[in-house]
Design a protein around this ligand. Structure first.
Ligand SMILES: *[C@@H]1O[C@H](CO)[C@@H](O)[C@H](O)[C@H]1NC(C)=O
Ligand SMILES: *[C@@H]1O[C@H](CO)[C@@H](O)[C@H](O)[C@H]1NC(C)=O
Ligand SMILES: *[C@@H]1O[C@H](CO)[C@@H](O)[C@H](O)[C@H]1NC(C)=O
Ligand SMILES: CC(=O)N[C@H]1CO[C@H](CO)[C@@H](O)[C@@H]1O
Length: 318
């Protein structure tokens, strides 16, 4: 009993310490609010939707048939390794101050595992996202897609695997009016394995990608396009054909509706601390101006990234 109490007390105090989610006032989710534990789909959807500060523990698995909408000031935390959401996915739209940790979201047909739009101060941490690559490029949508002028987001210690189009920032090259100057997003210590594209693909953003492990990224990894800026450091890529591209051309694997691909303006990239690109070949057409971030962070030494990320990313580890 005492240990359970302590565990929950610790969880409900957790705030985003890293990356852009720690800026703009920080991201504390439901810290200080109510706590509930739910184990059924309908109770889960009801528990997460208000804008009042709350922590919702999910003791699953549950199955959703549509995306469940998350309200402001919310932490959703899976209990142990049981926080499993089959299908459906999560939606964060026009909200702020949200933490999603320790969930497994899998096989969301025709939609994203997590869609984030018009929202700010979000921390997506220690989750697992998977589908399969036997149903074609567009059967599932993204795993974490961030669109419509979102800002101040950290995506850390997640395990993304077995999926085509993983993570998209900025839904359209024509949306510069809304999106320019937004999308300050940090990706760190994520593990990506057997992904075809978008780790992430970005438009208009300032993305800091550090200490991620990319294994078997089949077609293209980090794609900076439509004038996006990305700072890439301390990452390890293995068996990844094109780790980084700033060439605006959207390859057919990323744009299956247009088999000859689409042309967009190029993006920019900067490289900080050394990366290990393995046998991959980058296509860098433009160097950017994004060389530092407004928060402190500690880089994992490059030689330790594989073991630290393999041991630390995903569920059952917080
Ligand atoms: C929820 O957060 C959004 C974004 O910050 C804000 O526009 C909205 O007013 C908030 N809603 C409530 C009920 O506080
Ligand atoms: C490397 O990736 C390709 C897919 O691009 C895959 O078919 C192959 O099995 C991988 N090789 C290893 C050693 O994992
Ligand atoms: C790399 O970018 C150049 C444009 O600078 C383009 O012509 C070329 O086809 C690209 N290479 C690959 C492999 O995509
Ligand atoms: C209803 C509620 O708790 N709203 C709070 C959400 O968090 C913001 C910022 O942290 C507060 O300003 C709101 O009062």
């Amino acid at each position: 009993m005492r240990s359970i109490y302590l565990l929950f007390a610790t969880f409900s105090l957790v705030v985003a310490q890293d990356g852009y989610a720690s800026t703009n006032g920080g991201t504390k989710g439901g810290s200080g609010g109510t706590t509930t534990t739910v184990s059924a789909a309908a109770a889960f959807q009801t528990a997460i939707k208000s804008d009042t500060a709350k922590t919702v523990f999910l003791k699953g698995p549950i199955t959703l048939t549509s995306q469940a909408a998350i309200g402001n000031n919310t932490s959703i935390i899976g209990v142990g390794t049981s926080g499993i959401i089959n299908g459906g996915g999560l939606k964060i739209s026009g909200k702020s101050n949200i933490i999603v940790r320790n969930l497994v979201i899998n096989k969301v047909v025709g939609n994203d595992a997590i869609s984030i739009q018009r929202s700010r101060n979000i921390w997506i941490d220690h989750n697992e996202f998977y589908s399969d690559t036997t149903h074609g490029f567009d059967f599932y949508d993204g795993q974490v897609d961030i669109t419509h002028a979102c800002d101040w987001i950290t995506v850390s210690y997640n395990y993304f695997h077995d999926h085509y189009k993983c993570s998209l920032i900025g839904h359209d090259a024509g949306n510069s009016g809304e999106d320019t100057g937004k999308f300050h997003i940090t990706y760190h210590h994520n593990r990506w394995n057997n992904i075809h594209t978008r780790t992430p693909a970005m438009r208009f953003s300032h993305v800091h990608s550090y200490n991620n492990l990319f294994e078997n990224v089949v077609s293209q990894g980090i794609h900076s396009r439509s004038k996006a800026q990305v700072l890439i450091e301390g990452n390890v890529f293995s068996n990844t054909s094109e780790p980084v591209s700033t060439y605006g051309f959207v390859i057919p694997d990323d744009s299956p509706a247009n088999p000859s691909g689409d042309f967009e303006p190029d993006g920019f990239a900067n490289f900080g601390a050394a990366n290990d690109f393995g046998t991959g070949k980058n296509n860098i057409t433009a160097t950017g101006s994004f060389t530092s971030v407004p928060y402190t962070y500690t880089l994992t030494p490059l030689g330790n990234v594989r073991s630290v990320v393999t041991a630390g990313a995903g569920v059952g580890k917080i």
